[in-house]
Design a protein around this ligand. Structure first.
Ligand code: ADP
Length: 307
């Protein structure tokens, strides 16, 4: 009996010691693995390439590629968000001026001005011109949106640029005379381009209008065209005060203005050049500006030539 008891006890003791050693080794192995993994992950996180095994290297490459693509997505979203915020801010700013002026005139009329024949008509006319300004901003924005989204396409056909330039100059005779600006069409012969007549008319109107209003009083504006193979290069040059170099890169942005108060007083929406750029680009052309302060400004754009 004591022998049996001793044997059983001995078996338990040996089994216990064996079990303990086995469990200890097993756990230690797992702990080691966890340590190696954590160390490897830290190396990857720190940008080190000394990952302890192939899996971690592959993981490193995958995570880096994912992080790279997310980083550029985030940058793009941030840029869009900045643009959206700036755009809404500009739009609110642009609409505020005419809205407040309309509100002011209407309130004055309601508070007794309506019965005063000296002011009633004048105030109504001013409120009406504020409304016209708002309509101009909305129409210009609508046009840009439609051009951008491709809702209004370009119906290009062969047409004579020289003739269209002349028509636009004739249309602008009165504002040009008011500022004593001489408009000069330097094209001697027919210049055939492949363009949408109405859209191109708008381009010329905006550029000529700017030359008249921002150019020199008593100055001049000349339109030229050059055959450059597949394309025609058109230049609209004035001898006005010019634009400082720091403004040139942003000139075609929506609502961007150089002489802020002056441009607003003259009724510009700050969208004219943005529209011009959209129209030229939807014809497959490009537009550029060069200017020297005190000497003048030249806008040049290309259009497909028609043969
Ligand atoms: P706006 O509706 O104010 O005329 P534009 O987009 O047509 O808007 O022009 C943007 C700004 O560029 C104008 O406010 C003006 O300051 C400047 N600008 C445009 N054309 C000329 C020019 N020929 N000479 C000098 N400044 C110009």
């Amino acid at each position: 009996m004591p022998l049996i008891a001793f044997t059983v006890l001995a078996v338990f003791v040996v089994a216990g010691i064996g079990g303990y050693v086995f469990v200890k080794r097993f756990v230690q192995a797992r702990v080691d693995l966890i340590h190696r993994t954590v160390h490897g992950a830290r190396s990857v996180g720190a940008g080190s390439v000394k990952a302890p095994n192939g899996d971690l290297l592959a993981l490193d490459a995958e995570v880096s590629a994912w992080a790279g693509s997310k980083r550029s997505e985030v940058l793009e979203l941030r840029e869009r968000e900045r643009f959206r915020r700036e755009f809404i801010g500009n739009l609110a700013h642009e609409l505020r001026t005419p809205t407040f002026s309309i509100q002011g005139y209407i309130l004055t009329l309601l508070e007794g001005g309506l019965e005063d024949p000296k002011v009633n008509r004048k105030f109504l006319e001013r409120a009406s011109s504020g409304t016209e300004r708002m309509v101009r901003i909305i129409e210009d924005l609508d046009l840009i949106t439609q051009l951008e989204s491709g809702v209004i396409g370009i119906a290009a056909e062969p047409m004579d640029l020289r003739k269209l330039v002349q028509e636009m100059m004739d249309d602008l005779r009165i504002p040009a005379q008011q500022r004593r600006v001489t408009l000069h069409n330097a094209m001697q012969d027919e210049v055939l381009v492949h363009a949408d007549r109405d859209r191109l008319a708008q381009v010329l109107l905006n550029l000529l209008n700017n030359a008249i209003h921002y150019g020199k009083e008593g100055g001049s504006c000349t339109v030229r065209a050059f055959d450059i193979g597949e394309q025609v290069l058109v230049e609209v040059e004035d001898n006005g005060p010019g634009i400082a170099a720091e403004h040139l890169p942003r000139l075609f942005e929506r609502f961007y203005r150089v002489g802020k108060s002056r441009a607003r007083n003259e009724g510009g929406t700050g969208l004219g050049l943005s529209i011009v750029k959209h129209i030229i680009e939807s014809h497959g052309g490009t537009i550029a500006v060069k200017s020297t302060e005190g000497q003048g400004t030249t806008f040049s754009f290309t259009l497909p030539a028609a043969r």
